[in-house]
Design a protein around this ligand. Structure first.
Ligand code: AMP
Length: 237
């Protein structure tokens, strides 16, 4: 059986990682695993791990590496996790996490790392305008003058800023990306598995660029059939 792709996608908060990872995972037929979503789900479910990590998430701080590794190995630790492939969104985020991923899961746990590059000046206003339905998770963009909270048109839940999208927490997370994630990018680049994709543009245009990057990297490793970008309806839009 053909192996499934194992990708990580890195990028500043607000770069559109969640949307793009969802599209990419669907296209490649592999699960989309977001550590941020998993942490929010653990908190929602009231698990021990959810309780131990919630204060870090709410303050915009990184969750300590040992707790994140506990979370990730729970989902990827078994042979099935790796064989089924994945698009990992939000992990690894530090050099220590990247090295631990290789130590724990092996170098074969990663085929390609993609940095979705969007400058701080672009993500800052995006994050301030981001609204998320607390019930169904649908993300939307608030226009200036919109109320801070409203009812979700899809499910009636409360649509508001994410708890960690306060101005202070946003500034903290962006500073942490420069401090903690840059050394990881340099390390991945030195292993020749990092490719950078311009993340500024409409979602279909960025998706088209991402698929082109994956096509360029994965077939060389004899891994997957990546659909032709021209198969994507509206991708060039
Ligand atoms: P995200 O949804 O990717 O913006 O993640 C939300 C929050 O979850 C981050 O601000 C961190 O508090 C935490 N988090 C997610 N992934 C990681 C990670 N790999 N390492 C440490 N903390 C993380």
């Amino acid at each position: 059986m053909r192996q499934r792709a194992r990708l990580i996608v890195l990028g500043r908060q607000g770069a559109g990682k969640g949307t793009q990872c969802g599209l990419l995972a669907e296209q490649l037929g592999v699960p989309h695993l977001s550590t941020g979503d998993l942490l929010r789900a653990e908190k929602e479910a009231g698990t021990d791990l959810g309780r131990r990590t919630a204060t870090f998430v709410e303050a915009g701080e990184l969750v300590p590496d040992d707790l994140i590794l506990e979370l990730v190995t729970t989902y990827l630790g078994g042979p099935d996790g790796r064989a089924n492939g994945y698009v990992l969104d939000g992990f690894p985020r530090t050099l220590a996490q990247g090295q631990a991923m290789f130590d724990t899961l092996g170098a074969a746990s990663l085929d390609v790392a993609i940095e979705l590059h969007v400058p701080t000046s672009v993500v800052l206003p995006r994050l301030a305008a981001r609204r998320v339905c607390r019930r169904c998770g649908t993300t939307s963009v608030a226009a200036s003058g919109d109320p801070e909270a409203r009812a979700c048109e899809l499910c009636g839940g409360v649509v508001a800023r994410r708890e960690d999208d306060t101005d202070e927490a946003i500034a903290r997370r962006l500073a942490l990306y420069d401090e903690q994630t840059n050394p990881l990018l340099i390390w991945l680049d030195s292993r020749r598995i990092l490719t950078s994709v311009d993340g500024v543009g409409s979602p279909p245009v960025v998706h088209h660029r991402l698929l082109a990057a994956v096509r360029a990297e994965l077939p060389a490793a004899g891994l997957v059939d990546v659909p032709e970008t021209s198969d994507l309806a509206g991708a060039a839009g």
